[in-house]
Design a protein around this ligand. Structure first.
Ligand SMILES: [Fe+2]
Length: 170
């Protein structure tokens, strides 16, 4: 027997609000993380994702409209914690050779969190018959995955450059 009237629709709205709050926090943080980066390539990748994030926020606003609710966030503590860690790395590893490795890892934690949220939202939108929301959520999901891949490549390049530098030093 169910003892609560809450539905999957309610849950969808909760996660939508959480994700909306997360994206807005990420948007604010990305500029800072990009400025902290050593590598120009990393800074460009982060700036590109910042622009994408603006579009992702707009897509979420469209989904709110589709379900007839005001676009309002519900403070996402998980992303606050991840971004706080990114901030600590930016400060504590400033000027060190490990800075970019730390920033990339922190941003990948952000992307992975977002990937789970959009994967969930997309599945639930399908289940709830929110047919118009599905492609919007799928598009953002792909952008997050692509960003994660780009960061993986940048991390690999960084390792190769370090190795090349080390062999020159020998
Ligand atoms: Fe995002």
């Amino acid at each position: 027997m169910k003892t609560s009237e809450k539905t999957l629709n309610d849950l969808f709205l909760e996660v939508l609000k959480d994700t909306y709050s997360a994206e807005k926090q990420v948007l604010r943080a990305l500029g800072k993380i990009s400025k902290a980066a050593d590598s120009e390539k990393l800074a460009v990748a982060l700036d590109t994702h910042r622009t994408e994030t603006e579009g992702q926020i707009e897509r979420l606003q469209q989904v709110f409209e589709m379900v007839g609710k005001p676009a309002r966030g519900r403070p996402c503590e998980a992303i606050s914690g991840i971004l706080e860690e990114a901030n600590e790395i930016a400060q504590e590893f400033k000027g060190s050779e490990a800075l970019d490795a730390g920033l990339i890892a922190a941003q990948q934690a952000v992307e992975h969190y977002e990937i789970t949220r959009y994967g969930t939202l997309k599945s639930w939108a399908e289940e709830l018959g929110l047919i118009e929301a599905v492609p919007l959520l799928a598009q953002t999901l792909e952008e997050e995955k692509k960003t994660d891949q780009i960061l993986t490549e940048l991390a690999r390049e960084r390792v190769n450059e370090e190795a090349a530098d080390a062999s020159v030093d020998q």
